[in-house]
Structure formats: structure tokens, C-alpha cells
Design a protein around this ligand. Structure first.
Ligand code: GTP
Ligand code: MG
Length: 338
């Protein structure tokens, strides 16, 4: 029997517990309490035109939001991780960007079950047949499958895992969009609603490798989707690397740690991508969360890649995406000519 695993959580119970936490946060944000005078240095005081004489015109005091951070702080922070690896050179980053900018992206399949992945169908129906790998062939497998030959060409695959809403579909779009573009290409569908991606979705990148978007675990997910992702991770021969996405503004959850340990235990190579760096207001807290997760002492030495898929005046190019592009190409063995 399979051990307990967050990808297979009974999500209704989880959804209920998360909803209640969310409810508490939402409700507590509605409670207005007078600010503590001892913290007056930290609060912005907004005065109305006429100074209030009574409680009829209360003084509105707002806690000032911590300053938005950007590339200067992120770069310094970034340099304290991945010391075991040489950072990618400017030339490597340039080459990776060129590759992604010129590669055609094709959506190939979206499946609700592992056995419906085209080459898995072919494998099971034509067990004794030598599978012909013909990338440019227009031929199709006969009979009911009618699967085009080019879908069974065995290209390396990369998959994105993570909690629902961690930014898996967004990072896929970020990889295939120009770094300075304000809007992302919409190859994979994204949503602020957790649990949006329901199937395994495959995107062919320049006929060199495939990116696989997965349904998230946790809030809004389903037991069946967790099973599908696990089956894919455990059985897919073409899978060369998993990227576990963690929202940097939320840090590592218990479920993230379970996934990381699971990948370590079954010997699947993985990296960790911290998404939504633009939402982080306290770098010390993030440092502490990373330390507490234990990920920096994992024997497999996963890389920590910090990203933001948002461009702004402080961050005119999507942050960390060039590094991620470089890493993906390396993991697919496509960096040999650099
Ligand atoms: N600010 C900010 N928002 C982001 C970033 N990446 C993703 N988001 C937002 O996070 C939300 C969830 O993104 P998705 O990419 O749909 O998340 P997902 O992991 O695919 O979620 P599921 O499909 O539900 O598992 C969307 O509203 C995105 O716009 C980021 O780097 N910064
Ligand atoms: Mg998604």
C-alpha cells in the first residue's frame, strides 16, 4: 500500500480547515482597533482638513506597509544560496533566453488520467511492437488510438509541482514569454482561484523538450488529481526533473515538505522554485522559513531559484526566469553547445 501522501489527501477536509483559517483572517481584517500609542513611530497619521475635536471625526492612523523590495535586495539574498553550483554565465543566460524566445510552443495534450497520455496508450496497445521514434512523421498509430507519431518521440520532460495557487501555470507562461513583456503569453491557463488546473497538460517547446503543468495539491484539489500526478512522477520514463514551486510570501507548508521528502525518498531529481518574490516584504522571515524547511541540507542539493513573474518599475524584467530557463535547458541536456 502507498504511504500517506499530500498529493492524495482527502481534500475536502483540508479545504474545510483552510477555509476556516481564511475566514478567520478575513474576519479579523474587518476588526478595527485603535492603534497602540507606543507604536506611534511606525504608523502613518492621516489628518482630516479640520482637526477633530470629538470622536465624531476620529483620526485615521494607518500602519505603514513595509517597503516593496526588488532586484537589488533579491540579488544579494540569492547569492547566499546555491553555493555548491557555479552561477550561470552571462553568455549562458543569453543563450537560454534566445532559445526560449525563438522556440515554438505547442499544446500537445491535456489528460485526466495517466493511461490517456498518448505514448502510454501506444505502449499499452502495442506492447510487442518496437516503438518508432519519428519526430517529424505525419503518420498515425492505427486503430482506435489514431495517435500521431510525433507525440511518441520520447523528448525529455520537466514538470511543475506545488500547492494550488503556487504559480505553476504562471511560471510555465513566464518561461515562454519575453522577459520584459508586461503581459504573459497564455499557453497554460492561470487563475487566482486555487485548484484551477485539473489535468496534466503538456507543452512542446521547440520540439526539444516538454513542460508538464500539473494540478496543485491542497485547497481546491481532488484525490484523483493527486493520484494522477503521483502516477506520472513515479512512472514516466521521460521525466528528467521536477520543479517544486513554493510561494515565497507564504513559505514552506507541511505539504510542501512532504512532497520534497517524497521526491527525495523515491530518488526523483528536483529543484525548488520560490515564486512571487514581488510579494515578499520581509527577507529575514523568508530566510528563516528556508532554514527551518531543512531544504538547504538535503543530500540531493536541490537548487533554490527565486522568481517573480511580474514586471514593474522596480523590476522591469521578470526576475529569476533567465536562471530558470538556463537550469531547465541544462537538466534536459540541451546546454552542450554553450
Ligand atoms: N504577484 C505575483 N503573483 C503571481 C506570481 N506568479 C503567479 N501569480 C499569481 O498567482 C495566482 C495563481 O497562479 P497560477 O499559475 O494559476 O497557480 P497554479 O499553481 O497553477 O494553481 P492551480 O492551477 O490552482 O494549482 C494567479 O493569480 C497568478 O497571477 C508572481 O510571481 N507574482
Ligand atoms: Mg495551474
Amino acid at each position: 500500500m502507498r504511504p500517506f501522501h499530500p498529493l492524495l489527501l482527502k481534500c475536502t477536509a483540508l479545504a474545510r480547515s483552510e477555509l476556516s483559517i481564511r475566514d478567520i483572517v478575513l474576519n479579523s481584517s474587518k476588526v478595527t482597533t485603535a492603534p497602540d500609542n507606543s507604536k506611534v513611530d511606525n504608523v502613518k497619521v492621516k489628518l482630516t482638513n479640520t482637526a477633530p475635536e470629538s470622536s465624531k471625526h476620529p483620526i485615521t492612523r494607518k500602519k505603514s506597509r513595509p517597503k516593496a523590495l526588488g532586484p537589488p535586495e533579491w540579488v544579494a539574498f540569492n547569492q547566499s544560496y546555491n553555493k555548491e553550483y557555479d552561477p550561470p554565465s552571462t553568455r549562458m543566460l543569453q543563450k537560454a533566453n534566445e532559445f526560449f524566445n525563438k522556440s515554438k510552443v505547442t499544446f500537445e495534450w491535456g489528460v485526466p488520467s495517466y493511461s490517456s497520455i498518448p505514448d502510454e496508450v501506444v505502449k499499452s496497445k502495442f506492447k510487442d511492437m518496437e516503438l518508432e521514434r519519428a519526430p517529424d512523421s505525419t503518420k498515425r498509430f492505427p486503430g482506435k488510438t489514431s495517435i500521431p507519431f510525433h507525440l511518441i518521440n520520447g523528448l525529455p520532460e520537466i514538470t511543475f509541482l506545488g500547492r494550488s495557487n503556487a504559480g505553476k501555470s504562471t511560471i510555465l507562461n513566464s518561461l515562454v514569454s519575453r522577459l520584459g513583456d508586461k503581459h504573459l503569453n497564455k499557453e497554460a491557463r492561470m487563475s487566482s482561484k486555487p485548484g484551477f488546473t485539473k489535468t496534466l497538460n503538456c507543452f512542446n517547446i521547440g520540439n526539444k523538450f516538454r513542460l508538464i503543468d500539473t494540478p496543485g495539491y491542497g485547497y481546491g484539489s481532488r484525490l484523483k488529481q493527486g493520484g494522477l500526478t503521483m502516477e506520472y512522477i513515479e512512472n514516466r520514463e521521460q521525466l528528467v526533473r521536477c520543479y517544486v514551486l513554493v510561494s515565497a510570501d507564504q513559505g514552506f507548508t507541511e505539504m510542501d515538505l512532504q512532497i520534497l521528502n517524497y521526491l527525495k525518498d523515491i530518488g526523483k531529481p528536483f529543484e525548488v522554485v520560490l515564486t512571487k518574490m514581488d510579494k515578499v516584504r520581509d527577507m529575514n522571515k523568508l530566510t528563516q522559513q528556508i532554514e527551518e524547511s531543512g531544504i538547504t541540507t538535503f543530500p540531493t542539493l536541490p537548487r533554490l531559484i527565486f522568481t517573480s513573474s511580474v514586471v514593474s518599475s522596480r523590476c522591469p524584467k521578470r526576475y529569476g526566469i533567465a536562471e530558470l530557463r538556463c537550469n531547465v535547458l541544462q537538466n534536459c541536456g540541451l546546454d552542450s553547445k554553450w
